[in-house]
Ligand binder design. Structure first.
Ligand SMILES: [Zn+2]
Length: 277
């Protein structure tokens, strides 16, 4: 699959493994690349593919969040690379990398997980420009608004709006090709409110590009918000009823709106949040 112009001057390319989205926003001063995949080799593939978009230089990188599949290619764009462009990310991204992704990478290498040669080449490269609640990046003739709307898929999800294209790049806060992923460092109880805050800013007709999958509209995001809210509500209810965490998946039965196989981490972290210590 090649670059798909999902909105005016906004391109998405879906890469395997993991069907991860890399997006490009074209401005008069250059290209902003959103997310860098899982390794320097994969990032080099992006750099090669960028030639299909013309000769404009990459001037900025933005990480939607600090999961490995979105930022382990940073080293081929940021400090230490020939491009040496600024990398934008949320202020909590560096700590997230240290807490989850650095140990995860070490474990992959120790276990010889494939592609182990590629894992060995990764130099974890945190964002160089840290964004708090809000930042606007000027691409010359257009702007990219970055919003932090609260915890959800992680504690460092940036939501990007390209106002003149009526487009949003939402990282893994919304997923299309699979159910929302409650992985390392997710906040299942907070996630629905974060999406509700996003929906308050989204207009019908806006296109939302997920970190995994095809672009969606506001209606899809609203439906996914409902699923996230149902999961959070059910975790609270089962916890309140004294159902042990290990029995919650079964006790929820067919009331879970998402495949139960992926919900164990949500139940675990939800319960931990409800009974700290
Ligand atoms: Zn993710």
């Amino acid at each position: 699959m090649g670059w798909d112009e999902v909105a005016a001057g906004v391109f998405q390319r879906r890469y395997n493994p993991l069907d991860v989205s890399v997006c490009v926003i074209r401005g008069s001063d250059g290209l902003a690349v959103v997310d860098t995949r899982s390794s320097p080799r994969q990032a080099d593939e992006i750099r090669t593919d960028l030639r299909e978009l013309g000769s404009a230089p990459v001037r900025w990188v933005i990480n939607t969040h600090a999961h490995f599949d979105h930022c382990f290619g940073n080293q081929r764009f940021g400090p230490g690379s020939d491009l040496n462009v600024p990398i934008y990310g949320h202020v909590l991204a560096p700590a997230f990398l240290d807490r989850f992704e650095r140990p995860g990478l070490a474990e992959c290498i120790a276990n010889g997980e494939e592609p182990v040669e590629e894992w060995r080449e990764v130099v974890i490269t945190p964002p160089t420009e840290l964004v708090g609640d809000r930042h606007t990046l000027d691409l010359g003739d257009r702007a990219v608004d970055m919003f932090y709307l609260g915890r959800g898929h992680t504690d460092n999800d940036l939501l990007l709006r390209i106002p003149d294209a009526a487009a949003w790049l939402v990282g893994d806060v919304i997923e299309e090709s699979g159910p929302p992923c409650y992985g390392a460092g997710s906040f299942p109880l907070d996630w629905p409110q974060t999406v509700a805050r996003l929906l308050a800013l989204v207009t019908d007709g806006d296109v939302l590009v997920p970190g995994h999958g095809a672009p969606v509209g506001a209606a899809f995001a609203r439906a996914q918000q409902q699923q996230l809210a149902t999961v959070a509500g059910l975790i609270r209810e089962l916890h309140g009823d004294g159902v042990p965490a290990g029995k919650a998946a079964e006790a929820g039965g067919d009331r879970w709106p998402l495949p139960v196989a992926g919900l164990a981490p949500a139940i675990g972290t939800g319960y931990a949040q409800l009974s700290p210590g």
